[in-house]
Design a binder for this molecule. Sequence first.
Ligand SMILES: NC(=O)C1=CN([C@@H]2O[C@H](COP(=O)(O)OP(=O)(O)OC[C@H]3O[C@@H](n4cnc5c(N)ncnc54)[C@H](OP(=O)(O)O)[C@@H]3O)[C@@H](O)[C@H]2O)C=CC1
Ligand SMILES: O=C1O[C@H](COP(=O)(O)O)[C@@H](O)[C@H](O)[C@H]1O
Length: 489
Amino acid sequence: MVSRVIPVDPFDLVIFGGTGDLARRKILPGLYRRFLAGQMPEDARIIAAARSEMDEDAYRAFVAEAIAEFVEPGHRDKAQIQAFLARLSYVATDAKGSDGWDSLKALMRDGVVRAFYFSVAPSLFGALAEKLHEYGIADGDSRIVVEKPFGRDLASARALNATLAAHFNETQIYRIDHYLGKETVQNLMAVRFANSLFEPLWNAQHVDHVQITVAETVGVGGRGEYYDRAGAMRDMVQNHMMQLLCLIAMEPPYKFEPDAVRDEKLKVIRALTGVGHDEIVRGQYRGMPAREGRKAEPSYTEDVGNAHSRTESYIALKVGISNWRWQGVPFYLRTGKKLRNRISEIAITFKEPPHSIFDEDDAWRENVLAIRLQPDEGMTLTVMIKEPGPGGMRLTEMPLDMSFADWLSEDADIPDAYERLIMDVIRGNQTLFMRGDEVEAAWAWADPIIAAWEDRGERPHGYDPGSSGPEDALMLMHRDGRRWREIRG
Ligand SMILES: NC(=O)C1=CN([C@@H]2O[C@H](COP(=O)(O)OP(=O)(O)OC[C@H]3O[C@@H](n4cnc5c(N)ncnc54)[C@H](OP(=O)(O)O)[C@@H]3O)[C@@H](O)[C@H]2O)C=CC1
Ligand SMILES: O=C1O[C@H](COP(=O)(O)O)[C@@H](O)[C@H](O)[C@H]1O
């Protein structure tokens, strides 16, 4: 199957923080891929802004290097890269001062979509919103894209919402959560709401439990300072995993339309139960001495340069949803750095049939619908069948496996999360962006959980890099007579 490319309207996209890590690794290579795919109209322009003094040629050289490093070799076409670079300008601009703002204003065109991507430290989000207003650069149709983290608790998220709301309407604010831009995450909604097969089973009567796993093999990398103030709960659970949970648990929206979808997600967040002391396990990766042929690996505390850190690089928790559909169904969430494999998946385990007509030996095994976000995006439904052959009526598990890559043609155009979301901003489609009240509700749930472990002065459990996380996390499920799925590669 070949995917369709729908060009967007002409735009001026300003990337504040255009020299930063996110712009270099994700935003600019992503925009180049959209250009290559033919999604950018002739007169689309990208204007980068940051404090560093550099001319247009120097900035274009910087972007050319980013493309060379982060775009797949098959997509690096010299002529196309030059044509893309010709769309770029750079204006040295200080979010906190007056430098650059007049020049930026002079560059902006009328009659095209104006979008401003805040890819800078969160402490500058408010200042940028104010400057865009003060210099009259943003108009009533302009859009701002706000990176994560959106606050570090309910109070700071509320304050940021209020600052942005002083200058922009909610319909102009695009709070980005790149998980919502992942292909399979959207597929989740298609699977649920475009088929009559699953929805009748999607409730407490038929679902035993849900597991959501986001396992990473990387450590905190160069983001130690930020991460040590955040930890896995703030970095992953309050936002990305919360969004996944919402898409699994929400009621069918009346339409695939921004507020209809976001209203339903909000109801899920508001119905989340608290998480008790014994329903949560936090971990921190240990270091590894040098072994045969392998270098020594630093511990979490060495990575963040804080020997006394109590921040978690791993978290597993059990949460419920107090509503008619999900009463009594546990949702188990876990995420961590330096784990065995990189895998993100959602697994829905269905209940056993009410009565088994087969022998005890052939005890029931589970029907599981596993939705893989990465790698090898796709879905597997495990069903029970008769073991083939003459051995009598013996049961065995069989996976009904669908890998999206197998289905799509090799040259299919699947935008990555950032590409898709930026194009949605230009189109003015907020469906895959978080609304202000959603973010606040998610913090209102997370805050007391974080406060409780801080009050207890709890230290995270150690775990070895390359493992599945702390041993204690196993107990979280064993106690309930269940087990985590393997973190398989
Ligand atoms: N990097 C990542 O993997 C991820 C990042 N994010 C979020 O994206 C945002 C950007 O992160 P990242 O790219 O890593 O950050 P970096 O520190 O790498 O880049 C920051 C950018 O902001 C610019 N900047 C700093 N101060 C000012 C100022 N006063 N006025 C104008 N520009 C300024 C810097 O350029 P200069 O110094 O020249 O001004 C630079 O371009 C953050 O909110 C982060 O939380 C979210 C998810 C992942
Ligand atoms: O937002 C973040 O996400 C990444 C994981 O994203 P993925 O698309 O690679 O799964 C995580 O590493 C980072 O800590 C977090 O801030």
